[in-house]
Structure formats: C-alpha cells, structure tokens
Design a protein around this ligand. Structure first.
Ligand code: GDD
Length: 339
C-alpha cells in the first residue's frame, strides 16, 4: 500500500528536501501551506518536484482547518515543519510565534487523536530550546533553557509531543535539530545571507553586507542529511526524541572566511566590536560591517549538539563537512548571481 505523508510547511527548505526524499521512497506527498494567492513554490521547483506533490491549504492557527485536512487526506505520517522560524523576529512577534509554533503543534496532535491515533507524527523541534543551558555539547538529556520567544514556543510543542505520546500512546517524535543549511535556505538566516551577499560582492553587484554578532557560534550541517533523520525517526520501533547535529561548532566569522574564499575574495578583519569591518584586501573595500540591528537581545551559550543517540539507534549521521557546506552554498549563489 502506498504510504501518504502530510508535510506542513512544504514550501520551506526542509519541506522541499523531505518531500523529495519521500517521493523517492514511493510516498504520496501532500504539502500543507498557508492559504495565499502568492504562494511561492521555488524550492519545490529547484529540487524538481513541484508537479509531484499536492498542496493543501493548511493554517496552523485554525483547528478546524487542520482537522478537515487530516480527515480528507488520511496521511500515515505527518511532519510538522511549518513555523514562524526566524528567531530574531520572534522577539517582535512573541504571541503570533506562540500561536503558530506552540499551539499549532498541539492543534495537529489533537486532530490526530480525534481522526486516527495510528498516524505517526514528527515535530520539528530545535536546538534553540537549549538556549542558555550549562551543558555542552547538548543531547536529549540536557536541560532546556530557551532564550527567545521562538525557543519557548518550540519547547511547549516539544513537551506536547512527549505528552501526547505518553498519555495517548501516539507515535510522536520530537527531532531536536541543530542548524541545517543549504542553497535553499532563506536569506533571513545568517549562512545564506553571507553566501548570497559575498557572491554578489564578488560579481560587483553589491558593495557590502551587514551582520550582527560575528563571534556567535552554531553547529551547522546540511539540510538534506537532516530530513533523512526525520524520516528515520518515524520508521523506528518506538517513538523517541533525537538530537540531529554535526557535533562541531563554528563562528559566524569562520563562516564568512570560508564563504569569502569560495567566491575568491581575500577577506581580512580590521577593528573590534561594533566597529569591526571585513575588508577585501585586494581592493581595500569594506565588504562586511557590523550592525547592532542584527544582534539578539539574549544569546550566550554556543550551541553544539551531540547526535550519538541518533547514530546508535537510527544509523543517522551528518555527511557534509563545514567547508564543503559553505562551498556548496557559495557556489550555488555565484551561479544564481551570474544568471
Ligand atoms: N539571521 C542573522 N543575521 N543571524 C546573525 C547575523 C545576521 O545578520 N549576524 C550574526 N548572526 C548570528 C545569530 O545571532 C545567531 O547566533 C547565528 O548567527 C545564527 O542565526 P540564524 O541563521 O538566524 O539561525 P538561528 O540559529 O537563529 O536559528 C535557525 O536554526 C535553528 C536550529 O535549527 C533557524 O532555522 C531556526 O528556525 C532553527 O530552529
């Protein structure tokens, strides 16, 4: 029997890679996406599957809409990837972020319980739930101490996933994913902002980019690896929560340096703090500035994950190294900018 999957947030980076993976495994894929006359399917086109998935209007803020989509589509698996996923924005829209990211997951879980409790559920949880935890690297047993409205909302959804599993016996898994990037990443996130910006600078299309904290550290992996982990979680014998991460952290500064090399800019740093600048040593031009607009109100602990449990129990591991990831993204952006 063909398995059917419903992916909420199918128009995002992870939605596109996951849909491609599931189609390759013979699934019938339904993509949930907010009703919009201007829905943009560019990522699905980029991975060559825009004609192979059905799109259903799905609004995380509306329980009755969620219920009717699940009743109509009767998926075997639901991957809840839809969210207000920009951490920085969540400080300005904490209530909306909570409604979509926290209650949205609860609405889906409640609908599963009503319609068919055998539907398997994946919740896109995040390393942002660890926030200011005192343990490093972070694993499934590390304490949660979120430092943003986004992290707080996601933590509610995580615990609801665990609770529906324990109280109602749902096959519900929470994947605690560290940052995962690709050429399909939105430009509001730092990695793509850097590769897109430096590629444009290298081709003379732009002068300079502005960044926030250059010393912020993240554990960056390749998104296509991570969707494989999502699928593996729902194929397990018993529902569990898993961290997916590379186990290595790099700074925003490291990312800029690797991206500059990939687009053939010779980046050197001058100054310190808010006055620090990235200079192209060949032309002497400033190509990176620091702006307080992109600093987070609260950010302390460098996030780096321990994915040993996923390795042991799911056979999952991240396959792309940091230099390879940066190069892949930068080369894709050079190609795009040349077009
Ligand atoms: N966005 C952004 N823009 N971040 C910047 C900038 C900038 O100009 N300058 C420095 N940063 C730093 C941020 O302070 C943060 O420490 C780091 O770069 C990464 O920021 P983002 O790329 O915006 O990602 P994130 O870590 O906040 O969150 C992403 O990963 C999470 C874990 O998977 C998002 O995708 C979340 O939705 C996801 O849960």
């Amino acid at each position: 029997m063909t398995r059917r999957a419903l992916i909420t947030g199918i128009t995002g980076q992870d939605g596109a890679y996951l849909a491609r993976l599931l189609l390759g495994k013979g699934y019938d894929v339904v993509g949930g996406s907010r009703p919009s006359p201007a829905r943009d399917l560019w990522r699905l086109r980029a991975v060559g599957i825009d004609r192979d998935v059905r799109i259903a209007d799905l609004e995380l803020l509306d329980s009755s809409n969620i219920l009717s989509v699940i009743e109509r589509e009767r998926p075997h698996e639901i991957y809840n990837l839809a969210a207000q996923s920009v951490v920085h924005s969540s400080f300005r829209t904490p209530v909306l972020t909570g409604d979509a990211d926290a209650l949205g997951a609860a609405r889906i879980l409640e609908a599963i319980r009503k319609v068919d409790s055998s539907i398997r559920f994946y919740q896109a949880s995040t390393s942002e739930m660890f926030g200011d935890t005192d343990e490093s690297p972070q694993s499934e047993t590390s304490a949660f101490c979120p430092r943003s409205p986004y992290g707080v909302a996601k933590l509610y959804a995580h615990w609801m996933t665990v609770n529906f599993r324990n109280a109602d016996g749902l096959f519900a898994c929470s994947g605690i994913l560290f940052n995962h990037e690709s050429p399909l990443r939105g430009r509001e996130f730092v990695t793509r902002k850097i590769t897109h910006g430096l590629a444009a600078i290298a081709l003379g299309q732009c002068d300079c980019i502005e960044l926030g904290n250059l010393d912020a550290r993240r554990d960056w992996g390749f998104a296509a690896d991570y969707v494989e982990g999502m699928w593996k979680m729902l194929q397990g014998k018993a529902p569990q929560d898993y961290v997916l991460a590379t186990g290595r952290s790099h700074s925003v500064r490291n990312f800029c340096e690797a991206a500059a090399t990939a687009v053939d800019l010779d980046l050197v740093w001058q100054g310190a703090g808010i006055d620090e600048k990235g200079i192209d040593s060949r032309t002497g031009r400033t190509i990176i500035r620091v702006s307080s607009d992109f600093y987070r109100p609260t950010e302390r602990q460098p996030l780096v994950g321990n994915a040993a449990k996923a390795g042991r129990e799911l056979g999952w591991r991240s396959t792309m190294s940091f230099p390879e990831l940066v190069r892949t993204m930068a080369e894709a952006d050079l190609k795009l900018a040349r077009r």
